[in-house]
Write a protein that binds this ligand. Structure first.
Ligand SMILES: NC(=O)c1ccc[n+]([C@@H]2O[C@H](COP(=O)([O-])OP(=O)(O)OC[C@H]3O[C@@H](n4cnc5c(N)ncnc54)[C@H](O)[C@@H]3O)[C@@H](O)[C@H]2O)c1
Ligand SMILES: [Zn+2]
Ligand SMILES: [Zn+2]
Length: 396
């Protein structure tokens, strides 16, 4: 089959690889009809290079048709239309039963000290072949895949794999009081969708911050009050501008959907670049133990949120030695919640919103649909935020 493979820093290629096969009774094979490109893939494209191996198959946002099921999978049939969550979880362990499938005790990558295995996401998360491919082996298929009805185009359901539950969890963790205010940092796919979820759940004011004009326009068109980071000389001015809109206090909650690749600090970028250039054996441990993130967005969140407010982190951070202003966090009495989205914890709540009325605007959420063969161009376009690219779906 054809698959998008990682070959090196900013180097992905579509290659022929062996078709996946059933290896465990709890496996299924799906033929992928749509598969998303995510901000998380961009981390692999560039900064997480030390944890990748050339040839790794990328991708974790698929949907498609069940081709084959193992003997241990009762609820799936050949021909079913399914969306596959980005994390692999058993559905039956203590963590899964607690609503934390990202911490699944059956698939935890214990050798690396990490949580549940993820599709297409480095050796830290189990080096599981990913979903930007024609076919996907789905382990733990007795729990993961979500059956969806025939009829609407893939766009209606495909974001259940990641974007929707991630945005949903971001808003749930933000704990916005009824009619309260939230600022969303970053208006990529996750931030954009988090604004929409906050709106449908009744937030009083939704502020959005980014520095890409097309992304700001897109959020504004849906009633978000947007702030262009690039129009302020300093972070302080942005914080003041949003405080002015919230009785001088700052929003009740701030959702950070930027993560480690924030625009803002040159020093942190140097450390990441240095780690990416080291030989693999050295680069891994060094990046893991000593790396620091680019923290511009997190620091903005800490400054911006009102005293006693909540910060919800969806943007991925991976540093082990990040300087965090604990004095401010403690003094302002800030609550912080974070983590990978627990996909199946939220999907039953989200599905009722995926109707013809389309309150979340999923039907035209994608800005680009490209064949799998154009993956190298799609990665470049998405990373550089060219051509209005916000969400790219690939069709194998
Ligand atoms: N927690 C999860 O389960 C989960 C799931 C999916 C994605 N993610 C993470 O969410 C983040 C966003 O993903 P995405 O797909 O939306 O990707 P993205 O990279 O397109 O979005 C990030 C946005 O942040 C903007 N930005 C950069 N610096 C900023 C700053 N200082 N202030 C405000 N905005 C800034 C960028 O212009 C961009 O629009 C990534 O870190 C990704 O890994 C997490
Ligand atoms: Zn994703
Ligand atoms: Zn489990």
């Amino acid at each position: 089959m054809r698959a998008v493979t990682w070959q090196g820093k900013r180097d992905v290629r579509v290659e022929n690889v062996p078709d996946p096969t059933i290896q465990e009774p709890t496996d299924a094979i799906i033929r992928i009809t749509s598969t998303g490109l995510c901000g998380s893939d961009l981390h692999l494209y560039e900064v997480l290079t030390p944890f990748m191996t050339p040839g790794d198959i990328l991708g974790h946002e698929p949907m498609g048709i069940v081709e084959e099921v193992g003997a241990g999978v009762q609820d799936l049939q050949v021909g079913d239309r399914v969306v596959v969550p980005f994390q692999i979880a058993c559905g039956n362990c203590w963590m899964c039963l607690t609503g934390l499938p990202t911490q699944c005790e059956t698939t935890q990558v214990q050798g690396e000290g990490m949580g549940a295995a993820l599709f297409g996401y480095t050796r830290l998360y189990g080096s599981v072949p990913g979903a930007q491919a024609e076919y996907l082996r789905v382990p733990q298929a007795q729990f993961g895949p979500i059956k969806v009805p025939e009829g609407p185009a893939d766009d209606r359901f495909v974001y259940l794999s990641d974007v929707l539950p991630t945005a949903w969890q971001a808003v749930a963790y933000a704990d916005i009081p009824e009619g309260g205010s939230v600022a969303v940092l970053g208006l990529g796919p996750i931030g954009d969708m988090a604004c929409r979820v906050a709106q449908v759940q009744g937030a009083g004011s939704v502020f959005g911050v980014d520095l890409v004009p097309a992304r700001l326009r897109r959020a504004k068109a849906r009633g978000v009050e947007t702030f262009d980071l690039g129009s302020f000389d300093e972070e302080k001015e942005l914080v003041e501008a949003i405080r002015d809109r919230t009785d001088g206090r700052g929003p009740d909650a701030v959702i950070d959907t930027v993560g480690t690749e924030a625009h803002g600090s040159a020093a942190a970028r140097m450390v990441q670049n240095a780690a990416a250039l080291l030989p693999r054996k050295l680069g891994g441990p060094i990046a893991e133990r000593f790396s620091v993130d680019r923290l511009a967005a997190l620091h903005t969140a800490i400054e911006l949120v009102r005293r006693g407010g909540t910060i919800s982190l969806s943007g991925v951070y991976g540093g082990m030695a990040d300087p965090i202003p604990l004095l401010t966090l403690f003094d302002k009495q800030i609550q912080m919640r974070m983590g990978q989205a627990n996909v199946r914890r939220w999907t039953d709540e989200i599905i009722p919103y995926l109707t013809d009325e389309d309150p979340l605007g999923v039907d035209d959420f994608a800005t680009h649909r490209v064949p799998l063969s154009e993956a190298p161009h799609a990665y470049e376009m998405f990373q550089r935020k060219q051509d209005g690219a916000v969400k790219i779906l690939m069709q194998p």
